[in-house]
Write a protein that binds this ligand. Sequence first.
Ligand SMILES: NCc1[nH]cc(CCC(=O)O)c1CC(=O)O
Length: 323
Amino acid sequence: MTDKPLRLGTRRSKLAMAQSGLVADAVREATGRPVELVEITTYGDTSREHLARIGGTGVFVTALRDALLRGDVDFAVHSLKDLPTAQPEGLALAAVPRREDPRDALIARDGLTLERLPRGARIGTGSPRRMAQLNAHARAHGLDIETVPIRGNVDTRINFVRDGELDAVVLAAAGLNRLGRGGEVTAYLASDTVLPAPGQGALAVECPPGPLAEALARLDDPRTRAAVTAERALLATLEAGCSAPVGALADFTGAPQDQAAQRQTTEMRLRGVVGSTDGSELVQLTTTGHVPSTQAEAEALGAELAAEMLAKGAAGLMGERAR
Ligand SMILES: NCc1[nH]cc(CCC(=O)O)c1CC(=O)O
């Protein structure tokens, strides 16, 4: 074996660099080979348009995949929730490492929680999924909040609160943790209140099929893979993209607080939600089955729940952007 470094293609954002750095360390440990980070600029990094407007899925992903297919880099790391559900030809999802905290988190002024925000509080999020569920929660609990569309990287979004322009912003806990900013969270949004995006908190390690893909498979966490496979099958069956108001979370029931016990449970629960962004309508369903032992079983669980959601009117709630 040569000691030629493996080239890990990464976006330039702080979050992408942090995520790639974590995977690079794991790959060095698993393979004993050196890994170097190669920065790639994506359309999503350079576009000034709203993510939603430029059309949803995969804007951050295309340039990385092109670099992989050209052989400019050997493997890439994506946030799984940003990946389109269709796996492109010539590339394999070599590993889905153990998931970080999948929840959404609130960073509010003065250490506030959702329930303690003052009347008329303005909460920033560019995600129709977060808007729909926050607004539905507010309606159900008599909270007077307003969701305000924002865009930008993690720093930009947190600065809206620090600069006093917004009362709070919602971000993925996983991203904050990976950036070492988990301490700024003022409240976690319970998954009963806001279901995360399918795949949130998980990373995808992608490369062409072959010996490297097989070596990288050592980083795979089977339970995380089962969970995100079910969540993404739900999204695919709804024919919704990553900017649609769809939430999904699979977890392992029994002893949710205890990681060790979670890993021994034999049941997987899958929850899915779709809603109108104003929160006036929400279709939310849950199913429980034995922990899938194959990809096909995990996909079936997601597809079945999505079919039930469609039967309850989910398609009508996904708006013009649902494709
Ligand atoms: N849509 C951007 C994006 N993609 C992945 C993460 C965070 C990391 C993760 O969810 O795994 C974020 C930021 C956010 O939603 O706050």
